[in-house]
Design a protein around this ligand. Sequence first.
Ligand SMILES: [Zn+2]
Length: 435
Amino acid sequence: MRVIFQGRRKTGQLDLEALEMAVRSAMHQAGAAALTQLLQFAEPSAEQRVIPCSCGQQAQYRELRSKAILTAVGPAQVARPYYLCQHCHTGQFPADSELDIENTEVSPGVRRMEALVGQDAPFDRGRQQMKLLADLTVTAKAVERTAEAIGEDIAARQQREIQRAVQLDLPLVIGKPLPILYIEMDGTGVPVVKKETAGRLGKTEGQPAHTREGKLGCVFPQTHWDQEGYPLRDPDSTTYVGAIETAEEFGKRLYLEAWKRGWSRAEKKVVIGDGAEWIWNIAQQHFPGAIQIVDLYHARQHLWGLARKLYPNDEVSQKRWMLVHQDLLDQGAIKRLTVALRSIHTDNPELADKIRLEADYFHRNALRMRYPKFRRQHLFVGSGVIEGGCKTVIGSRLKQSGMFWTVRGANAILALRCCQLNGRFEDYWEARRAV
Ligand SMILES: [Zn+2]
């Protein structure tokens, strides 16, 4: 600071940024010194020199031991009593659990910051943010380690909650009835390290997979619609759950989330997804009685795919064909659509196969494609919310170039990220401290 003021004397100018940063740094140093003072524990009194050990025997006080911890105001030192059990040779620091610094050299305040930046952006960006925003020097690896550890803790707590949910052991969520509640589901590939795809086939035949499917689900209410009758949604009211896991596991996860959002109080329940079979299996199992809707835009893509196969390199014919068939789809005239598809004659066996597949797809999902009926009820007919979610929740964080995840790491960051985006990180942190 003296240097800065001398500089001002010379030039007559004050560099406020340099000054504020220097003042912050000085305050941190003073703060770290104060914290270090506060964290010097006294030697235990004579009657506190023996404490229970987890082995059933007793641990004796040995000495005060100190360790460095990184705090919100920079590096500090803590000195606290160390106890050793003669019986099982396990040492313990009771003060560490009180201070929430067990087996870590990072304070809870800094861990929370690392979790926040780690769920938001690549770990090295998190490192940079820690430096600029908090004047704390950490490694990208430290951000990663902390964010993953906290994400794993969140995921583990959720698993316990899911167990209670499937045993129908959850407290009933009391509140006003909800007019309409939606569930949407989708899957998106997450790039993973080689060992995570061992023995799995990729999308291209004969090629190994490079990704694993991350499943994402969201829940949101709809309270009103616009003057033309189109549904409106409050974007802040959407919550997400996601993980790389089996459909069975994911179904339970989504069930818990729907439960939390008041599924039992919803007057109208809607599940929207693309044609993927696992989505409708989950809907059947966990959300019976919900109106099922196949995303209209996804269904149109099926028709487009077929149009391109029927009229390769002939856009005019493709469009003419679409005009008729998309209209049938939009009108929910699925029976007529499948009849039309099945009446297409071709000598090309590959094309015949494709036509049959698509006709089956529309036939199978006919009840989920009653679009005029859904529109009359002012319902969403597209899965835009979950597709946007796939980009913001998974894509922008886990699918950046050069990223390769372990399933464990990806699931930890996903749990943390959903917790943060759902506005529940504060609650988690409180609950964690309470234990
Ligand atoms: Zn012991």
